[in-house]
Write a protein that binds this ligand. Sequence first.
Ligand SMILES: Nc1ncnc2c1ncn2[C@@H]1O[C@H](COP(=O)(O)OP(=O)(O)O)[C@@H](O)[C@H]1O
Ligand SMILES: [Mg+2]
Length: 257
Amino acid sequence: MNVLGNTEKNPKLVLSDVCKNFGGVVAARDINLEIFGGEVVGLIGPNGAGKTTLINLITGVYKVDKGKIYFKGKDITAQATYQRAIQGIGRTFQHPHLLDRCDIWTNIIMGSDMAARKKHGNKVDLDKVLPELLECAGLQAIYLDDPMSKLSYGQQKLLEVVRVLLSQPDILLLDEPAAGLNNRETQYVSDLIRYAVKHDIGVLLIEHSMELVMSICDRITVLNFGHQITTGLPEEVQNNTEVIEAYLGGGLADAED
Ligand SMILES: Nc1ncnc2c1ncn2[C@@H]1O[C@H](COP(=O)(O)OP(=O)(O)O)[C@@H](O)[C@H]1O
Ligand SMILES: [Mg+2]
C-alpha cells in the first residue's frame, strides 16, 4: 500500500538515494522521494538547502553523482533533459523562462507543441483547454497577441504554469511559483495546482509561503544543507523539532528568502 492508502497505483516518480555535490558543497545527500499521480508533495527548506538542485536533477539539467531516478517505472537517470520532457516531466523556474520577444500566444502554444510531440502528433484541444486554464490563472482578459511585456511579473509566472500544463505532463515541478506574487495571484497558483491534481498530475511544489504549502500539500519533504530532514504529513512536519531548528528557531512561517 502506498502513502495515500492506494494499493493500485505506482509512483510516477521515484528518487532513490540521489546524491549531488558541487565541489565541497553537498547539494543532495541520499534523497529518497516518491510522487504519485494526483498528489502534491511540498519541498521546503532554507535558502541554499538544495531544492532547485533537486528539480535540476529530476529534469536532467544536472547529472546525479550517485543514486537513481525512475519515471513511470523506467530508469531515466542517464537520459537527456529533452527525453525526460517529452515523456512527461514538466517544470517551471524560480524566475519565469519565457520568450520575451514573442507574443503571449507564441509562448502559450509551445506548451501544446510539447504535448503533440509527447503524444505523437495528438494536439491538445486548445479551444477547450486554454480558456479553462487561463480562467484558473486569472488571465482570461489578456490579449494573446500582446507582447509578453504587457504582463506583470506575477502574470508571467502564472502564464508559465499555464504553458507547462498545456504540455500535459505526468509530473509537474514548480520552483517557487508564488514568490513575488500578491495574495490574489497566489490563490491562482493554488487553483492551477488543484487543476493539475484533478488531472492526475503529480506535483512537486517548492515554496516558501507556508500558508500555501500547508493548505495544498499531501506530504512535505524538508531539506537542509542537502540533507533530507524528514518527509511526512503537513502536521507532522510542522511539529518536527529538527525542522523547526533548521529554520533557526524562526518558525516555519518566517522562512523567507
Ligand atoms: N551549478 C552550480 N554550481 C555550483 N554550486 C551550485 C550550483 N547549483 C547549486 N549550487 C549550490 O548548491 C546549493 C543548493 O542550491 P539550490 O539548490 O539552488 O538551493 P535552494 O533552491 O534550496 O535555495 C547551494 O549551496 C548552491 O550554491
Ligand atoms: Mg531555489
